[in-house]
Ligand binder design. Sequence first.
Ligand SMILES: Cc1cc2nc3c(=O)[nH]c(=O)nc-3n(C[C@H](O)[C@H](O)[C@H](O)COP(=O)(O)OP(=O)(O)OC[C@H]3O[C@@H](n4cnc5c(N)ncnc54)[C@H](O)[C@@H]3O)c2cc1C
Length: 438
Amino acid sequence: MNSRKATSAVVLGGGLAGLFATRVLAAEYDKVTLVDRDHVTGPNLLRRGLPQGHHLHGLLSRGQQITEEHFPGITDQMVADGSAIGDAANDVRWIINGKRLVQTDSGMVCLTASRPFFESHIRDRVLALPNVVLSEQTDISRLEVGDDGKQVRGVWVFPEGKHETLLPADLVVDASGRGSRAAVWLEDLGYGRVPEEKHKIGMGYATRYYRIPDAAFEGNISVNTVASAGVPRGCICQKIDGGRAIVTAYGILGDHPPTDPEGYLDFIKSLAAPDIYEILQQSEPLNDPVAYKFPTNLRRRYELMSDFPAGFLVTGDAVASFNPSYAQGMTVAALDSIVLRDHVAGGGPVDPLAYFRDLATKAIDGCWDMAVSADLAFPGVEGERTAETLETQEFIAKTQDAASRDAEVSRAFQRVIGLADHYTVLHQPHLEAKILAS
Ligand SMILES: Cc1cc2nc3c(=O)[nH]c(=O)nc-3n(C[C@H](O)[C@H](O)[C@H](O)COP(=O)(O)OP(=O)(O)OC[C@H]3O[C@@H](n4cnc5c(N)ncnc54)[C@H](O)[C@@H]3O)c2cc1C
């Protein structure tokens, strides 16, 4: 007779980080309960807990690869259901510092769709797992901790219209996003305050949906005019599901796109290149622009804590959320799930501090450094510009310039920003020579 005790895990938050986490935990635990306060399976895909869901969400190539690894066949399913697909460097027109990067085959898949579309496809696959239970319309209340405060044993929740209920668990993973209360819970338990890193960027988005004739895209699935120090305003115009296009304009340090239709178009007209403004001349808007403000990059450095309770981990935006215009958050959530998978493999107890150290070095550091260094290229962004930062910025500026003339540099650069390759590939001697000659 098998006398093994059934194991269970609870994931707090049903956004992308929570869904990826649930997927990997379901391979190790007998039962995984996914908690979200929203009616996530309801008809309103733009639910209250996903205010960013209205705005453009680019999925980097590495994120697409991990998504396909977790859910084989999902890429084809998304394309069948209306996502656009192309090569991330050949079918996307990138304009940086007013110059078009050379379009060239990169071997990286680019899927373009709305955030609710990505999320609902991934959620359908997660909820189809036989040992996953969804507890929606359920608010997270507090952790259940053993008497000595060293072991988390579950979580108390408020299912809508019901009393506070305990969900016992061997492991609780907090994926409740940037507003996560994990840091407060830990402090209340006597673990001290988690060190935080913050960078003010004063980013503002405004997004509008359109019907755009195919011909206006000139064979591309996305046109990306990137903000730079010279013109710190950017915009992305992308084909998405439902035969629609999404246009997200953005500006930093308080220079935000207006939400009145005329001001919105004027903002887009003022970009470093006319491409998107010209496309919009042939297009039919489907709504008025909607704004979103993102004041600061925020990283909670759990890996620097000296002690941490067993049975509890944190993932996704709850650990690090940064400048959305670099389109890294969903891919970092996917990378986080690979680290989680490694640490829960085998089903034994998880060492939380070892998990957080790996999360920092294997999932977050590279993206965080790239984002913070790129933000510091804008003169008004506060922060220390070390000699190394300035050197990196100069090298990247030269790389972007060379990528506007040389297909090989363009391919290598785009594979780095798609997180398909490590940054160091740009320093291969033959590429570096081309870049430095720029
Ligand atoms: C404007 C904007 C644009 C972005 N653009 C991109 C992009 O182009 N590409 C990209 O990769 N990333 C982008 N991101 C980042 C991306 O949205 C996130 O990094 C990614 O989705 C991971 O989020 P998450 O699952 O950790 O958190 P969230 O998406 O915030 O999910 C948290 C979940 O927890 C639930 N929850 C919260 N509190 C409670 C509670 N008390 N009780 C119960 N449930 C609760 C919420 O309902 C929600 O479902 C963007 C972000 C913003 C703000």
